[in-house]
Design a protein around this ligand. Sequence first.
Ligand code: B12
Ligand code: SF4
Ligand code: SF4
Length: 367
Amino acid sequence: MSGERAAGLDGSGVALDAALIKARARELGFDLCGIAKVRALERASFDRWYANDWDARLAYMRARIEERLDPRLVLSGAESVIVVAASYGPSRDETLSTAPSAGEMLSVARYAQGRDYHNVLLKRVRKLAAWMREMGARVYAEVDTGAVAEKAWAMESGLGWIGKNGLLIHEKFGSWLLLGALVTDLVLDADARHPDRCGECSACIPACPTNAIQEGRLVDSNRCLAFHTIETRAPIPRELATRAGGRVFGCDACQDACPWNRRAREGTLVELRARPRQKVLALEDVLAFTDASVRADYVGTPLMRAQRDGLVRAALAVCKRPLTGRVRELATTLLEDSCAAIREEAQRALEDDAATTGSPPHAATKS
Ligand code: B12
Ligand code: SF4
Ligand code: SF4
């Protein structure tokens, strides 16, 4: 087509190479950018994960399985995978731990304490892709729920290694990183695959409150609190909820335990930094949430994924027993909520409360 530029050349004939792409990624605010040569990934880990149902049948993970294993099925003629990463690491004046606070406060995973990373990263990944397309490259771009195994490619492209907790770890930024991937037909200089740096450490495995971390650096989503509090709105299995320690949205236990996160460097993108009102949530406030109040307070943040129903349901499931008087009142009102999962969790909370206090479950007899 006339007017179309040769792949990899800008308007003045400058070659679009790895260094230029990395410089552009840095300009856009990414902390890291690495490049790998496309190949088919080994499928053994993937097959094992799916065969054990460790994906918990997440619809977006059951779709596009073959594409996940080979980016050439995502973009025909693909030659390179570019992985970008942005840190949401703690700023220096912030305490690192997101462990549950005392009393009736519920904790939110660190990645969800700022703006929604899907929007923050996708906007920049799309800009990078558009700039590459202007130079004639063909590009597929995604953040999170597309068809690229982002951690595997991050390791291939030298950004870090997949730790025993199943997450990508960088020597300076730790695992407080969010990833995006671009698949392109450009032939680019590739970085070397990063070696494993977990060594003899295995601190993350016993740190997981629900024993979700399986051998082979794989996570059983059915047991992971992140899955139950973020990805579904169904009632949370009792055995897991009782170990959740007040984690209402996501979980960082396997990252808090990791020595590589102790002195993690602060990230560049301010949008990903923690905002005080999202760090911990007061249980009584959550139980009184309405759709409108959640929209007003949390639009543009990851908490919107769970919405009011998901947050109230999780709060009832993970809050401490016995309940305080006010929480008991709120739970009693929620027995009549329009959301079935909330009604079920309210019933359970009141039954547990009655069993703990030894008092008759008056409220729990409501249906
Ligand atoms: C499904 C999913 C989940 C599931 C399953 C988690 C998991 N670890 O697989 C659930 C809902 C539980 C989840 C939870 C969380 N998630 Co999540 N999740 C994903 C998603 C969409 C797919 C991951 C996947 O494919 N898993 C299946 C397994 C089989 O895939 P895999 O680990 O990539 O496997 C390959 C490699 O690991 C390789 N492999 C395995 N072992 C080894 C060993 C060596 C030496 C090598 C070379 C390769 C290798 O083999 C596999 C096939 O090639 C990714 C985004 C994406 N597109 O990749 C985000 C992602 C992994 N999640 C992310 C985050 C932030 C989280 C949470 C921290 C959120 C929270 N705080 O609550 C938790 C952490 C839980 C944990 N310990 O992993 C980030 C992680 C960033 C990072 N630093 O790694 C990602 C990358 C999203 C993003 N775009 O930033 N998540
Ligand atoms: S996020 Fe929490 S529940 Fe999931 S594997 Fe890590 S420690 Fe376990
Ligand atoms: S806690 Fe130890 S074993 Fe687990 S990911 Fe970190 S370094 Fe690796």
